[in-house]
Design a protein around this ligand. Sequence first.
Ligand SMILES: Nc1nc2c(ncn2[C@@H]2O[C@H](COP(=O)(O)OP(=O)(O)OP(=O)(O)O)[C@@H](O)[C@H]2O)c(=O)[nH]1
Length: 371
Amino acid sequence: MNALRRLATLLYGADPGLRRMLHYWAATCILYVICIGLLMLQVEQGLSDPDAAHGLVAFGACGAFAFYVLIRANAVFKLASDQLAVSQAAFSLICAVWAYTISGPLRAAMLTMAVVVIVFCMFALRPRQTLMLSAAAIVGMGVTMWWLQAHDPVRFPPATEFLTFGYLAGALVSTALLSGEMSKLRARTKRQKAELSDALETIKVLATVDELTSLINRRHMNQVLETEERRHAPGAEACIALIDIDFFKQVNDRYGHATGDAVLRCFSAAARASLRANDVLARWGGEEFLLMLPDAPVEDARAVLERMAERVAAMVVPGLDDGQRISFSAGLARRRSGESFADAINRADKALYQAKEAGRDRIVLAEAEVP
Ligand SMILES: Nc1nc2c(ncn2[C@@H]2O[C@H](COP(=O)(O)OP(=O)(O)OP(=O)(O)O)[C@@H](O)[C@H]2O)c(=O)[nH]1
Protein backbone atom coordinates (compact mmCIF):
# COMPACT_ATOMS: atom_id res chain seq x y z
CA MET A 1 0.00 0.00 0.00
CA ASN A 2 2.82 2.33 1.02
CA ALA A 3 4.82 1.41 -2.08
CA LEU A 4 1.76 2.21 -4.23
CA ARG A 5 1.38 5.58 -2.52
CA ARG A 6 5.08 6.32 -3.05
CA LEU A 7 4.78 5.38 -6.73
CA ALA A 8 1.73 7.67 -7.08
CA THR A 9 3.66 10.55 -5.45
CA LEU A 10 6.61 9.88 -7.76
CA LEU A 11 4.37 9.95 -10.85
CA TYR A 12 1.88 12.62 -9.78
CA GLY A 13 3.91 14.77 -7.37
CA ALA A 14 2.54 16.14 -4.10
CA ASP A 15 1.05 19.45 -5.23
CA PRO A 16 -2.79 19.16 -5.46
CA GLY A 17 -2.97 21.44 -8.55
CA LEU A 18 -0.36 19.35 -10.37
CA ARG A 19 -2.14 16.14 -9.33
CA ARG A 20 -5.44 17.41 -10.74
CA MET A 21 -3.81 18.27 -14.09
CA LEU A 22 -2.12 14.85 -14.23
CA HIS A 23 -5.42 13.13 -13.44
CA TYR A 24 -6.95 14.79 -16.51
CA TRP A 25 -3.85 13.77 -18.46
CA ALA A 26 -4.29 10.16 -17.28
CA ALA A 27 -7.97 10.21 -18.30
CA THR A 28 -6.91 11.43 -21.78
CA CYS A 29 -4.34 8.63 -21.97
CA ILE A 30 -7.01 6.01 -21.19
CA LEU A 31 -9.01 7.42 -24.10
CA TYR A 32 -5.91 7.24 -26.34
CA VAL A 33 -5.33 3.60 -25.36
CA ILE A 34 -8.96 2.70 -26.20
CA CYS A 35 -8.68 4.50 -29.55
CA ILE A 36 -5.36 2.81 -30.35
CA GLY A 37 -6.92 -0.59 -29.53
CA LEU A 38 -9.83 0.10 -31.88
CA LEU A 39 -7.47 1.39 -34.59
CA MET A 40 -5.43 -1.80 -34.37
CA LEU A 41 -8.63 -3.82 -34.78
CA GLN A 42 -9.44 -1.75 -37.87
CA VAL A 43 -5.98 -2.55 -39.25
CA GLU A 44 -6.52 -6.24 -38.51
CA GLN A 45 -9.84 -6.14 -40.36
CA GLY A 46 -8.13 -4.49 -43.34
CA LEU A 47 -10.13 -1.29 -42.87
CA SER A 48 -7.11 0.97 -42.26
CA ASP A 49 -3.65 1.27 -43.71
CA PRO A 50 -1.17 -0.27 -41.17
CA ASP A 51 1.67 2.21 -41.86
CA ALA A 52 -0.58 5.22 -41.46
CA ALA A 53 -2.12 3.72 -38.29
CA HIS A 54 1.30 3.03 -36.76
CA GLY A 55 2.37 6.58 -37.60
CA LEU A 56 -0.66 7.95 -35.76
CA VAL A 57 -0.05 5.66 -32.75
CA ALA A 58 3.58 6.85 -32.55
CA PHE A 59 2.45 10.49 -32.84
CA GLY A 60 -0.17 10.02 -30.07
CA ALA A 61 2.26 8.23 -27.73
CA CYS A 62 5.00 10.87 -28.22
CA GLY A 63 2.46 13.64 -27.64
CA ALA A 64 1.10 12.02 -24.45
CA PHE A 65 4.64 11.59 -23.10
CA ALA A 66 5.58 15.17 -24.03
CA PHE A 67 2.50 16.49 -22.18
CA TYR A 68 3.36 14.42 -19.10
CA VAL A 69 6.83 15.97 -19.03
CA LEU A 70 5.39 19.44 -19.66
CA ILE A 71 2.85 19.16 -16.83
CA ARG A 72 5.25 17.44 -14.40
CA ALA A 73 7.96 20.06 -15.01
CA ASN A 74 5.58 22.99 -15.15
CA ALA A 75 7.34 24.51 -12.14
CA VAL A 76 10.11 25.27 -14.67
CA PHE A 77 7.99 26.10 -17.74
CA LYS A 78 5.44 28.07 -15.71
CA LEU A 79 2.62 27.63 -18.26
CA ALA A 80 -0.87 28.58 -17.06
CA SER A 81 -3.09 25.54 -16.51
CA ASP A 82 -5.52 26.66 -19.24
CA GLN A 83 -2.63 27.09 -21.71
CA LEU A 84 -1.67 23.48 -21.04
CA ALA A 85 -5.28 22.35 -21.39
CA VAL A 86 -5.73 24.21 -24.70
CA SER A 87 -2.56 22.64 -26.12
CA GLN A 88 -3.62 19.17 -24.99
CA ALA A 89 -7.09 19.59 -26.46
CA ALA A 90 -5.65 20.94 -29.75
CA PHE A 91 -3.29 17.95 -29.92
CA SER A 92 -6.18 15.51 -29.34
CA LEU A 93 -8.21 17.23 -32.07
CA ILE A 94 -5.28 16.88 -34.51
CA CYS A 95 -5.19 13.14 -33.64
CA ALA A 96 -8.94 12.88 -34.28
CA VAL A 97 -8.60 14.59 -37.70
CA TRP A 98 -5.66 12.34 -38.58
CA ALA A 99 -7.64 9.25 -37.49
CA TYR A 100 -10.49 10.42 -39.75
CA THR A 101 -8.21 10.51 -42.80
CA ILE A 102 -6.96 6.94 -42.32
CA SER A 103 -10.06 5.15 -41.03
CA GLY A 104 -11.73 4.13 -44.26
CA PRO A 105 -15.46 3.41 -43.99
CA LEU A 106 -15.37 3.83 -40.20
CA ARG A 107 -14.05 7.40 -40.39
CA ALA A 108 -17.27 9.11 -39.23
CA ALA A 109 -16.97 7.25 -35.90
CA MET A 110 -13.61 8.98 -35.33
CA LEU A 111 -15.41 12.32 -35.12
CA THR A 112 -17.05 11.34 -31.83
CA MET A 113 -13.56 11.75 -30.32
CA ALA A 114 -13.52 15.41 -31.34
CA VAL A 115 -16.78 15.89 -29.44
CA VAL A 116 -15.34 14.10 -26.38
CA VAL A 117 -12.34 16.48 -26.44
CA ILE A 118 -14.66 19.50 -26.34
CA VAL A 119 -16.58 17.96 -23.39
CA PHE A 120 -13.25 17.58 -21.53
CA CYS A 121 -12.65 21.30 -21.97
CA MET A 122 -15.44 22.21 -19.56
CA PHE A 123 -13.21 21.11 -16.68
CA ALA A 124 -10.26 23.29 -17.54
CA LEU A 125 -11.22 26.08 -19.94
CA ARG A 126 -13.31 29.22 -19.96
CA PRO A 127 -16.43 29.09 -22.19
CA ARG A 128 -14.80 31.44 -24.73
CA GLN A 129 -11.72 29.23 -25.02
CA THR A 130 -13.92 26.16 -25.56
CA LEU A 131 -15.85 27.96 -28.31
CA MET A 132 -12.61 29.06 -30.02
CA LEU A 133 -11.29 25.52 -29.88
CA SER A 134 -14.53 24.17 -31.38
CA ALA A 135 -14.33 26.76 -34.13
CA ALA A 136 -10.73 25.70 -34.83
CA ALA A 137 -11.84 22.04 -34.93
CA ILE A 138 -14.67 22.84 -37.35
CA VAL A 139 -12.32 24.81 -39.65
CA GLY A 140 -9.59 22.12 -39.44
CA MET A 141 -12.04 19.32 -40.14
CA GLY A 142 -13.76 21.33 -42.92
CA VAL A 143 -10.46 22.01 -44.73
CA THR A 144 -9.41 18.35 -44.34
CA MET A 145 -12.73 17.02 -45.68
CA TRP A 146 -12.71 19.46 -48.55
CA TRP A 147 -9.15 18.40 -49.46
CA LEU A 148 -10.03 14.67 -49.18
CA GLN A 149 -13.12 14.86 -51.41
CA ALA A 150 -11.24 17.04 -53.93
CA HIS A 151 -8.26 14.65 -54.19
CA ASP A 152 -9.93 11.26 -53.71
CA PRO A 153 -13.64 11.55 -54.53
CA VAL A 154 -14.00 7.75 -54.85
CA ARG A 155 -13.02 7.02 -51.22
CA PHE A 156 -14.38 10.34 -49.96
CA PRO A 157 -17.59 11.09 -51.89
CA PRO A 158 -18.27 14.85 -51.78
CA ALA A 159 -21.93 14.48 -50.70
CA THR A 160 -21.00 12.14 -47.83
CA GLU A 161 -18.19 14.45 -46.72
CA PHE A 162 -20.46 17.48 -46.88
CA LEU A 163 -23.20 15.83 -44.78
CA THR A 164 -20.72 14.38 -42.29
CA PHE A 165 -19.23 17.84 -41.91
CA GLY A 166 -22.71 19.28 -41.24
CA TYR A 167 -23.36 16.73 -38.46
CA LEU A 168 -19.93 17.33 -36.95
CA ALA A 169 -20.26 21.13 -36.99
CA GLY A 170 -23.70 20.89 -35.34
CA ALA A 171 -22.43 18.49 -32.68
CA LEU A 172 -19.31 20.57 -31.95
CA VAL A 173 -21.15 23.89 -31.70
CA SER A 174 -23.87 22.52 -29.41
CA THR A 175 -21.35 20.63 -27.25
CA ALA A 176 -19.21 23.75 -26.97
CA LEU A 177 -22.22 25.82 -25.90
CA LEU A 178 -23.33 23.19 -23.39
CA SER A 179 -19.86 22.71 -21.94
CA GLY A 180 -19.57 26.51 -21.76
CA GLU A 181 -22.73 26.55 -19.62
CA MET A 182 -21.29 23.77 -17.48
CA SER A 183 -18.04 25.66 -16.95
CA LYS A 184 -20.03 28.76 -15.92
CA LEU A 185 -21.93 26.58 -13.46
CA ARG A 186 -18.68 25.14 -12.11
CA ALA A 187 -17.16 28.61 -11.76
CA ARG A 188 -20.28 29.82 -9.89
CA THR A 189 -20.20 26.81 -7.55
CA LYS A 190 -16.49 27.39 -6.91
CA ARG A 191 -17.12 31.08 -6.13
CA GLN A 192 -20.01 30.23 -3.81
CA LYS A 193 -17.86 27.66 -2.04
CA ALA A 194 -15.16 30.29 -1.45
CA GLU A 195 -17.77 32.79 -0.20
CA LEU A 196 -19.23 30.16 2.12
CA SER A 197 -15.86 29.29 3.58
CA ASP A 198 -15.13 33.03 4.12
CA ALA A 199 -18.51 33.42 5.83
CA LEU A 200 -17.80 30.38 7.99
CA GLU A 201 -14.48 31.90 9.01
CA THR A 202 -16.26 35.17 9.96
CA ILE A 203 -18.90 33.26 11.93
CA LYS A 204 -16.17 31.36 13.76
CA VAL A 205 -14.47 34.64 14.71
CA LEU A 206 -17.79 36.20 15.77
CA ALA A 207 -18.60 33.14 17.86
CA THR A 208 -15.29 33.09 19.67
CA VAL A 209 -13.99 36.67 19.86
CA ASP A 210 -15.34 39.62 21.83
CA GLU A 211 -15.88 42.43 19.35
CA LEU A 212 -14.93 45.30 21.68
CA THR A 213 -11.73 43.98 23.23
CA SER A 214 -10.68 41.33 20.66
CA LEU A 215 -10.17 38.94 23.55
CA ILE A 216 -11.82 35.53 23.36
CA ASN A 217 -15.37 35.56 24.67
CA ARG A 218 -16.92 33.63 27.56
CA ARG A 219 -18.32 30.86 25.34
CA HIS A 220 -14.92 30.15 23.80
CA MET A 221 -13.17 30.39 27.18
CA ASN A 222 -15.49 27.67 28.48
CA GLN A 223 -14.36 25.46 25.59
CA VAL A 224 -10.71 26.27 26.37
CA LEU A 225 -11.28 25.33 30.03
CA GLU A 226 -12.99 22.08 29.03
CA THR A 227 -10.02 21.16 26.82
CA GLU A 228 -7.57 22.10 29.56
CA GLU A 229 -9.56 20.06 32.11
CA ARG A 230 -9.25 16.99 29.88
CA ARG A 231 -5.55 17.61 29.18
CA HIS A 232 -4.65 18.39 32.76
CA ALA A 233 -1.92 15.95 33.77
CA PRO A 234 -1.97 14.88 37.44
CA GLY A 235 0.32 17.13 39.44
CA ALA A 236 0.42 19.88 36.80
CA GLU A 237 -0.68 23.18 38.28
CA ALA A 238 -3.11 25.60 36.67
CA CYS A 239 -4.33 28.86 38.15
CA ILE A 240 -7.48 30.85 37.57
CA ALA A 241 -7.85 34.58 38.18
CA LEU A 242 -11.06 36.60 38.05
CA ILE A 243 -10.22 40.22 37.32
CA ASP A 244 -12.61 43.16 37.68
CA ILE A 245 -11.88 46.82 36.83
CA ASP A 246 -12.43 49.05 39.86
CA PHE A 247 -15.09 51.76 39.92
CA PHE A 248 -15.84 51.25 36.27
CA LYS A 249 -19.37 52.60 36.63
CA GLN A 250 -17.86 55.92 37.77
CA VAL A 251 -15.68 56.02 34.62
CA ASN A 252 -18.78 55.53 32.49
CA ASP A 253 -20.76 58.10 34.44
CA ARG A 254 -18.03 60.72 34.40
CA TYR A 255 -16.53 60.31 30.91
CA GLY A 256 -19.30 58.61 28.98
CA HIS A 257 -19.80 55.13 27.58
CA ALA A 258 -17.41 55.63 24.64
CA THR A 259 -14.53 56.42 27.00
CA GLY A 260 -15.60 53.44 29.13
CA ASP A 261 -15.24 51.30 26.00
CA ALA A 262 -11.79 52.81 25.37
CA VAL A 263 -10.79 51.84 28.94
CA LEU A 264 -11.92 48.27 28.28
CA ARG A 265 -9.90 48.14 25.05
CA CYS A 266 -6.75 49.64 26.62
CA PHE A 267 -7.09 47.40 29.66
CA SER A 268 -7.35 44.31 27.42
CA ALA A 269 -4.26 45.30 25.43
CA ALA A 270 -2.23 46.07 28.58
CA ALA A 271 -3.39 42.86 30.27
CA ARG A 272 -2.60 40.74 27.23
CA ALA A 273 0.89 42.22 27.01
CA SER A 274 1.59 41.00 30.56
CA LEU A 275 0.80 37.33 29.90
CA ARG A 276 3.06 34.34 29.36
CA ALA A 277 2.81 32.49 26.05
CA ASN A 278 0.26 29.88 27.19
CA ASP A 279 -1.91 32.07 29.42
CA VAL A 280 -5.43 32.68 28.15
CA LEU A 281 -7.39 35.83 28.92
CA ALA A 282 -11.11 36.16 28.16
CA ARG A 283 -13.73 38.82 28.56
CA TRP A 284 -15.99 37.08 31.06
CA GLY A 285 -18.69 39.78 31.01
CA GLY A 286 -18.99 43.59 31.36
CA GLU A 287 -15.79 44.79 33.01
CA GLU A 288 -14.86 41.34 34.32
CA PHE A 289 -12.11 39.13 32.84
CA LEU A 290 -11.06 35.54 33.40
CA LEU A 291 -7.43 34.54 33.18
CA MET A 292 -6.32 30.92 32.96
CA LEU A 293 -2.65 30.19 33.57
CA PRO A 294 -1.82 26.60 32.66
CA ASP A 295 1.17 24.91 34.34
CA ALA A 296 1.67 27.89 36.66
CA PRO A 297 2.43 27.67 40.38
CA VAL A 298 0.45 30.24 42.32
CA GLU A 299 3.53 32.47 42.82
CA ASP A 300 4.06 32.70 39.06
CA ALA A 301 0.38 33.50 38.54
CA ARG A 302 0.60 36.23 41.15
CA ALA A 303 3.68 37.66 39.44
CA VAL A 304 1.75 37.81 36.13
CA LEU A 305 -1.11 39.69 37.84
CA GLU A 306 1.27 42.15 39.52
CA ARG A 307 2.96 42.84 36.19
CA MET A 308 -0.49 43.37 34.72
CA ALA A 309 -1.46 45.81 37.50
CA GLU A 310 1.66 47.88 36.79
CA ARG A 311 0.91 48.03 33.07
CA VAL A 312 -2.74 48.90 33.65
CA ALA A 313 -1.82 51.66 36.08
CA ALA A 314 0.60 53.12 33.52
CA MET A 315 -1.73 52.98 30.50
CA VAL A 316 -2.86 56.15 28.77
CA VAL A 317 -6.52 56.02 27.77
CA PRO A 318 -7.80 58.59 25.25
CA GLY A 319 -10.56 60.66 26.86
CA LEU A 320 -9.51 60.17 30.49
CA ASP A 321 -8.19 63.11 32.54
CA ASP A 322 -4.42 63.17 33.17
CA GLY A 323 -3.81 61.47 36.47
CA GLN A 324 -6.98 59.36 36.29
CA ARG A 325 -5.57 55.97 37.14
CA ILE A 326 -7.29 52.66 36.32
CA SER A 327 -6.88 49.73 38.67
CA PHE A 328 -8.35 46.29 39.06
CA SER A 329 -9.05 43.77 41.75
CA ALA A 330 -8.37 40.07 41.26
CA GLY A 331 -9.22 36.81 42.97
CA LEU A 332 -6.64 34.10 42.34
CA ALA A 333 -7.22 30.36 42.82
CA ARG A 334 -5.01 27.36 42.13
CA ARG A 335 -6.95 24.53 40.62
CA ARG A 336 -6.77 21.64 43.07
CA SER A 337 -6.00 18.15 41.88
CA GLY A 338 -9.22 16.68 40.44
CA GLU A 339 -11.11 19.97 40.93
CA SER A 340 -13.28 21.26 38.10
CA PHE A 341 -12.49 24.69 36.67
CA ALA A 342 -16.05 25.73 37.60
CA ASP A 343 -15.23 25.14 41.29
CA ALA A 344 -11.88 26.90 41.00
CA ILE A 345 -13.65 29.88 39.36
CA ASN A 346 -16.14 29.96 42.25
CA ARG A 347 -13.29 30.17 44.74
CA ALA A 348 -11.58 32.88 42.65
CA ASP A 349 -14.88 34.78 42.61
CA LYS A 350 -15.07 34.72 46.41
CA ALA A 351 -11.48 35.95 46.60
CA LEU A 352 -12.36 38.74 44.15
CA TYR A 353 -15.26 39.74 46.40
CA GLN A 354 -12.83 39.92 49.34
CA ALA A 355 -10.45 42.08 47.27
CA LYS A 356 -13.29 44.51 46.56
CA GLU A 357 -14.36 44.50 50.20
CA ALA A 358 -10.80 45.13 51.34
CA GLY A 359 -10.62 48.37 49.32
CA ARG A 360 -9.94 47.20 45.69
CA ASP A 361 -6.69 47.54 43.65
CA ARG A 362 -5.32 44.28 45.02
CA ILE A 363 -4.90 40.56 44.37
CA VAL A 364 -6.40 38.15 46.90
CA LEU A 365 -5.60 34.46 46.99
CA ALA A 366 -8.52 32.06 47.38
CA GLU A 367 -8.73 30.61 50.89
CA ALA A 368 -7.06 27.28 50.27
CA GLU A 369 -4.03 29.03 48.76
CA VAL A 370 -3.38 31.42 51.63
CA PRO A 371 -0.19 30.12 53.31
N1 LIG B 1 -18.62 51.39 28.55
C1 LIG B 1 -19.02 50.16 28.84
N2 LIG B 1 -19.53 49.91 30.06
C2 LIG B 1 -19.91 48.66 30.38
C3 LIG B 1 -19.77 47.60 29.46
N3 LIG B 1 -20.23 46.47 30.07
C4 LIG B 1 -20.58 46.81 31.29
N4 LIG B 1 -20.41 48.13 31.52
C5 LIG B 1 -20.67 48.94 32.70
O1 LIG B 1 -19.79 48.53 33.73
C6 LIG B 1 -20.37 49.00 34.94
C7 LIG B 1 -20.10 48.01 36.04
O2 LIG B 1 -20.45 48.61 37.22
P1 LIG B 1 -20.40 47.91 38.63
O3 LIG B 1 -20.78 46.45 38.46
O4 LIG B 1 -21.21 48.72 39.58
O5 LIG B 1 -18.90 47.91 38.99
P2 LIG B 1 -17.87 49.07 39.32
O6 LIG B 1 -18.41 50.41 39.10
O7 LIG B 1 -16.65 48.72 38.52
O8 LIG B 1 -17.61 48.85 40.79
P3 LIG B 1 -16.70 47.76 41.49
O9 LIG B 1 -16.63 46.60 40.58
O10 LIG B 1 -17.37 47.46 42.76
O11 LIG B 1 -15.38 48.43 41.65
C8 LIG B 1 -21.85 49.22 34.65
O12 LIG B 1 -22.13 50.60 34.69
C9 LIG B 1 -22.05 48.70 33.25
O13 LIG B 1 -23.00 49.45 32.52
C10 LIG B 1 -19.26 47.89 28.16
O14 LIG B 1 -19.11 47.04 27.30
N5 LIG B 1 -18.89 49.18 27.92
